[in-house]
Design a protein around this ligand. Structure first.
Ligand code: ADP
Ligand code: ZN
Ligand code: ZN
Length: 646
């Protein structure tokens, strides 16, 4: 047994990237310790146990041992730090989050849901369809060899049932399972089904837990008392022993990417963890990413269980009078008002109107700190959706005094006003950033809609996410073009996913109809979504990506600089670009200016490469060397490996 340990003190500073040697007995790789560090004390993680101290080092003693994480998580964190260009300490802090001791005065804790102690085995598992059976066979066979699968099938085709059975199969082999879901608080059905099937063996990790509940849950996982973990993104770091299976539900969901340092993607981390521990990964979605379709073995469930796919109609807005409510949509909503099922409407734009425009001189009201149009809200104020700036409307143009002011682009508030006026018989539930600011309001709105009879749920993309509503007969997209125009190579993919996911809300338990309103009825994602042609979309999308060399046929690394001055980001990126062009084989796009946000000018370069780590390493070295100049000009830099949006 070594007497020394190589420890990473958990500090957030970027300058410290190496471990330090301490003296201590009985330590192991993964021990969580308290160590003196400079003039302070820090938590630290033991990365290695040593027999001798390095030459010239006189180590001080570890003060305390707080606990331990599985050694495999240390390796996972070090990989993550390297791949995403963070520091070991920052990555280790994610896999070993601080567990605060219980406070003396006990705070009132939120009550567990009523049905939480449903006993194990309450629920009888249905006998599997042949598709589910084949998928499960393939997955269980891989428990001996490891592997990664894509479970593709429309909403309601029985994917969750396959996860449940695969978890049970892992348990039979004495192994544990992690199930990732986009946001557990919003998918109470999924939580309920896992609890009903596995009882106390389930641990649910979500953002609503108090510190004490989180500590207890992690303890149940660490002791093995709970061996099926269900949770959002960070649940991939659960301290389970003997990992057998990781399921990633709704694998296309953008919430799997962490947007602050370390900028990890839980799907890539899941694949890495599974490979390191010899486990099996099952990614599931009705709209898989091209990346997953290309890289993983396909398991397909082709049909909804107990219901046909809804019929889809494209409404060409160029030939319609009413916007946002066209005649066919009004007719569909009137049927709902007469008692023929509920409706779900998607409009991916907040506010009342997305811009104000002076008809006389062409002025558009813009934010002074961001290069975006101000959005008109029902309180008659104009709001910036990026920085929160707002101003009151005056009714005339400050430049030319004209009163001919046009409101462009309907948002969710305008839709609400139209629905109120045209369909007084329907109960309205709006779901967007404004109506969900309170902690539980999101789940509350969904619960009320579920219980209502003649009702419309409408809002931004939140309405299209994984909810299984009963009684919905109509789903409609108000304007399919909101995503298509985005300057991002994933614009088509996002559009296809959004339309298909929204369509999946309709007709789960009664005949369903879907309407897609659009000014671009010939767009490929619109046509293929209307035909439920998932494979065809992925095939054509992959062909396009191959031709243009985009992921999955390369990796992207993005460098984004921002500064108060207009020239600093572009000038610095031009220099960085030259260095990278010499030092790496990356194809470099840009520098390109981006929209100004919160008063800061921004620009980026995007690199295509087969060696993202090598490119990111050079990028970081160059940025580190430029630190003094960046400090002077107040430039901040972000290196994003495998970015999810450009
Ligand atoms: P998905 O995850 O693909 O949306 P689910 O697993 O939630 O699909 O299944 C959809 C519905 O069908 C659920 O109500 C589920 O209980 C039910 N179900 C799943 N598999 C079967 C089966 N083999 N036989 C009968 N019903 C099933
Ligand atoms: Zn004007
Ligand atoms: Zn702004």
């Amino acid at each position: 047994m070594g007497r020394y340990a190589s420890v990473y003190p958990l500090v957030s500073t970027r300058e410290i990237t190496r471990p330090f040697t301490y003296l201590g007995d009985g330590l192991e790789k993964g021990s969580v310790v308290r160590v003196p560090f400079g003039r302070t004390r820090r938590r630290g993680i033991v990365a290695e146990v040593l027999d001798t101290a390095p030459d010239g080092v006189t180590p001080v003693s570890v003060e305390d041992v707080e606990g331990a994480i599985p050694p495999s998580l240390v390796d996972l964190a070090l990989w993550m730090a390297d791949y995403y260009g963070s520091t070991p300490a920052r990555a280790l802090a994610l896999v070993a989050p601080a567990e605060r001791k219980p406070r003396k005065k006990k705070l009132k804790e939120p009550a567990e849901p009523d049905d939480a102690p449903i006993p194990s085995g309450a629920e009888v598992a249905p006998s599997l369809t042949s598709g589910q059976h084949a998928a499960l066979e393939r997955i269980t066979k891989a428990f001996d060899s490891g592997g990664g699968f894509l479970l593709a099938g429309p909403t309601g085709s029985g994917k969750t049932e396959v996860y449940l059975r695969a978890c049970a199969a892992a348990h039979e082999r004495g192994k544990s399972a992690i199930v990732l879901v986009p946001e557990i608080a919003l998918t109470p059905q999924t939580e309920r089904r896992f609890r009903a099937r596995f009882g106390d063996r389930v641990a649910v990790l979500h953002s609503g837990l108090t510190a004490a509940q989180r500590r207890d849950t992690r303890a149940r996982i660490a002791t093995g008392e709970a061996n099926v973990v269900v949770g959002a993104r960070s649940a991939i770091f659960s301290p389970v022993a003997d990992l057998g299976l990781v399921c990633v539900d709704e694998e296309h969901d953008s919430s799997y990417k962490h947007e602050s340092d370390p900028r990890y993607d839980a799907r890539s981390v899941a694949m890495k963890r599974v490979a390191m521990e010899g486990a099996v990964a099952v990614f599931g979605s009705a709209t898989p990413r091209p990346e997953a379709w290309e890289r993983l073995e396909h398991l397909t469930l082709d049909a909804r269980i107990g219901a046909p796919m809804p019929s889809v109609r494209i409404v060409d807005l160029r030939g319609e009078q009413g916007y946002p409510l066209s005649a066919p949509l009004l007719e569909g909503l009137e049927r709902c008002a007469q008692g023929d099922g509920k409706a779900v409407l998607l409009l991916n734009r907040r506010g009342y109107a997305s811009a104000l425009h002076c008809r006389a001189c062409g002025r558009v009201w813009r934010c002074q700190a961001c290069d975006v149009a101000l959005v008109l809200h029902q309180d008659r104020a104009l709001h910036c959706h990026h920085c929160g700036y707002s101003e009151l409307t005056t009714g005339s143009c400050p430049d030319c005094q004209s009163t001919e002011i046009a409101r462009l682009g309907a948002g969710t508030e305008r839709l609400e006003a139209e629905l109120q006026e045209r369909l007084p018989g329907l109960e309205l539930f709006r779901l967007d950033a404004e109506t969900t600011t309170e902690r539980d309001s999101h789940a509350e709105i969904l619960g009320k809609f579920e219980a209502a009879e003649r009702a419309v749920l409408f809002g931004t993309q939140m309405v299209a996410k994984g909810h299984h509503f009963s009684g919905v007969s109509l789903a409609a997209v108000i304007d399919a073009g909101t995503e298509l125009a985005a300057p991002d190579f994933r614009a088509d993919e996002r559009t296809f996913q959004l339309l298909t996911q929204l369509a999946g809300r309709s007709g789960r338990d009664r005949p369903g109809r879907v309407l897609i309103q659009t000014f671009e009825p010939e767009a490929r994602p619109v046509i293929l979504a209307a035909q439920h042609a998932v494979e065809e979309f992925l095939g054509s999308e992959l062909a396009r990506r191959r031709e243009l060399t985009y992921p999955p046929y390369c990796h992207l690394v993005r460098i984004l600089l921002s500064a108060p001055g207009e020239h600093a980001p572009l000038a610095a990126l031009a220099e960085i670009r030259d260095i990278l062009a010499d030092a790496t084989d990356a194809t470099i796009l840009g520098p390109a200016s981006l929209l100004r946000l919160r008063g800061r000018h921004r620009a980026q370069i995007v690199m295509k490469t087969g060696e993202p780590r090598a490119v990111a390493r050079v990028a970081r070295r160059v940025i580190a060397a430029a630190t003094p100049a960046f400090r002077r000009d107040d430039v901040t830099a972000v290196v994003d490996v495998d970015p999810q949006s450009l």
